[in-house]
Design a protein around this ligand. Structure first.
Ligand SMILES: *Cc1c(COP(=O)(O)O)cnc(C)c1O
Length: 443
């Protein structure tokens, strides 16, 4: 049994501390709702994740999974830290390169794995490609020979280990990766043979992604155990098989009000296992740790305004001008974003408070976190949603003709700058094709 110590993020440790006065001034200037991103937190979270793996005896590189937050201001902060990027589509690659990132820092992990896509990304200079299917590998081989380049290939395996997490990605018969060994061509065994027999490819190593918001890090150790067994087995067939990269994917969790393992907890456990693997395999491979959630969540808040309230059978409903069109995971995963009324006043009133969004939809009531502080809520006050930096902005949708809100960045020097302007209702109308279809005449 491996013992894991869970640290609790103290309730006082608010990710972004901003003066109440300033919040009201920003609300007056930009309108509500708006997102506010803190550059210093982005940088400190990166350091915290990196430090977690300091006991690993090889080189560690952190990758930002840009699907969690592709906002160019966020991307540029991480690009300036010279980290890797987990990129999954041609569109994401466009954003990354436009933000000034170099192709040498891209890990391209596609789900679709089409030939056109590989042709495109290889043409942009990307070489580190993760394959997850036999068709995908064939498409990569074709694209590489057309481009006359030699990609570095990593095999995405599904170690099929039990994962305790908010979102699981390692289930048997899951959509991602290939199993180690099955009779099908879609197995790590068959992919590895094909790669090693092909002179146009360089074999780099293995990748897995077990899930998001992982609650118990022993799944990483179990997955690595299976991977090690597999590598040793394949060594019998390929004595020269060397592993240069092991990528353990994402999943480092964030506290939304409950206790979760920290990067230190996970890093210590995983590094210990990896260090023994280095010895047993005799390969000093590089460790890649991917993260979207951990790196970006705590760096962002959503500021909304209370626009209405009512008492219904002894319960109080507080209505804000935000909704799940801005925080989809509140409805989808019942994500408990800690909310806080600003200014917060201890109240003796003990009516149960429900925090409702502005959408005309039953699911638009926000789950409360154990860290939520809502007493003293009344129309005109602000409600801040904390820990919304991952999987929120990227899901913005115009349900109920809602426009995309502005995004502000608090720079490390304390200056607030607008990094995405709020969309106007005219722009949304235009975007939805409002000016394409001519109006019908009424006869
Ligand atoms: C989504 C994803 C990640 C990031 O997961 P987090 O839970 O945000 O850390 C990393 N790697 C892959 C392949 C992913 O699909």
């Amino acid at each position: 049994m491996v013992e894991v110590i869970y640290h609790y993020f103290p309730k006082t440790e608010v990710s972004i501390s901003i003066d109440e006065q300033i919040l009201y001034e920003l609300a007056a200037e930009y309108g509500t709702p708006f997102f506010l991103i803190d550059e210093a937190t982005l940088r400190s979270k990166l350091k915290e994740l990196e430090d977690g793996f300091k006991e690993f005896s090889g080189v560690v590189r952190i990758a930002f999974s840009m699907k969690a937050n592709f906002n160019p201001a966020v991307m540029k902060v991480f690009i300036s830290e010279n980290i890797l990027f987990d990129v999954t589509s041609v569109g994401e690659l466009f954003f990354y390169l436009k933000c000034g990132g170099g192709p040498e820092n891209v890990i391209y992990t596609s789900v679709t794995e089409t030939g056109e896509e590989f042709y495109e990304v290889l043409g942009k200079g990307v070489r580190h490609i993760v394959v997850s299917s036999f068709n995908g590998l064939m498409n990569l081989i074709d694209a590489a020979s057309q481009r006359e380049v030699t990609p570095k290939v990593v095999i995405r395996v599904n170690p099929e280990v039990h994962v305790k997490a908010g979102v699981k990605a390692s289930c048997r018969s899951g959509k991602f990766g290939v199993p180690f060994n099955t009779p099908s061509l879609d197995s790590a065994t068959s992919l590895l043979r094909t790669i090693l027999h092909n002179k146009g490819l360089i074999f780099e190593g293995f990748h897995f992604h077990l899930g998001s918001q992982i609650e118990d890090p022993t799944c990483f150790v179990n997955a690595l155990e299976k991977l090690e067994t597999f590598i040793l087995k394949m060594r019998r067939e390929f004595p020269d098989l060397h592993v240069r990269i092991i990528d353990i994917g994402g999943g480092t969790p964030v506290s939304y009000g409950t206790s979760v393992p920290t990067p230190e907890d996970i890093g210590a456990l995983v590094s210990k296992k990896l260090n023994t693997m280095i010895q047993r395999l005799g390969d000093r491979f590089m460790l890649i740790v991917e993260s979207g959630r951990f790196l970006s969540t705590e760096a962002c808040i959503l500021v909304s305004k209370i626009v209405n309230s009512k008492v219904y059978r002894g319960q109080k409903f507080i209505f804000v001008d935000a909704g799940y069109h801005l925080l989809l995971d509140a409805a989808l995963l019942h994500q408990e974003y800690p909310q806080e009324v600003v200014p917060y006043t201890e109240s003796t009133e003990d009516l149960k408070i429900n925090l409702a969004g502005r959408l005309c939809d039953t699911y638009d009531v926000f789950p409360l976190s154990s860290d939520s502080k809502l007493s003293g809520a009344e129309p005109g006050k602000l409600v801040v949603f904390r820990n919304v930096g991952a999987y929120s902005i990227v899901f913005n949708m115009p349900f109920h003709c809602q426009t995309k809100p502005p995004i502000l960045l608090k720079k490390t020097d304390g200056e607030f700058i607008l990094v995405r302007k709020g969309e106007t209702i005219e722009e949304l109308f235009e975007e939805e094709g409002g000016n394409i279809v001519t109006s019908y005449s009424i006869d």
